[in-house]
Design a protein around this ligand. Structure first.
Ligand code: SF4
Length: 154
């Protein structure tokens, strides 16, 4: 399965916040991928910097690019550009190799680097939102690692 790394951490954050993950009006597959991750910590992921399995079916997916816009930042207007920027930052910080395969379990084990650098990664976003994200990702990592019985360094 192809996945954008920030989508993975969004899903872990939602596990942590206890949000019910239901089908979205944009018709993307976020809820389906979240369910697969929830059930199986060994799924094989290829980390990509492009539209991914979550984007499947989305009304904003046009010729494999996201045509949605964002308004919460001064430096980006197109979601595709911001997503690519964000994913590259996370990939660099977590030392992810695009040529290698990852599982949810492995990504959780290296998530301490994401957590430690989260203010830098999301610099330019609302700090309060980023700190809430941090809190919920940590909760999500603890919940998920306990559910699948593996240890994390957080
Ligand atoms: S196409 Fe854009 S809006 Fe739709 S799921 Fe992908 S990133 Fe999100």
């Amino acid at each position: 399965m192809n996945i954008r790394i920030h989508h993975f951490f969004d899903i872990i954050r939602d596990f942590g916040s206890g949000k019910k993950i239901t089908p979205h009006s944009n018709l993307h597959a976020y809820h389906i991928i979240a369910e697969q991750i929830l059930k199986n910590s060994d799924i094989e992921f290829e980390i990509v910097v492009e539209s991914d399995a979550v984007c499947k079916g989305c009304i904003h997916l046009e010729n494999s690019l996201c045509d949605d816009t964002i308004s919460h930042r001064k430096d980006f207007t197109m979601k595709e550009d911001f997503n690519n920027y964000l994913d590259k930052r996370i990939i660099d910080i977590c030392g992810i190799e695009l040529s290698e395969k990852y599982s949810p379990k492995l990504l959780c084990k290296i998530a301490n680097r994401y957590i430690e650098n989260i203010e830098f990664i999301y610099e330019g976003n609302n700090l309060e939102h980023t700190l809430l994200r941090k809190e919920n990702v940590i909760k999500g990592l603890r919940y998920y690692s306990q559910k699948h019985r593996f240890k994390i360094d957080i």
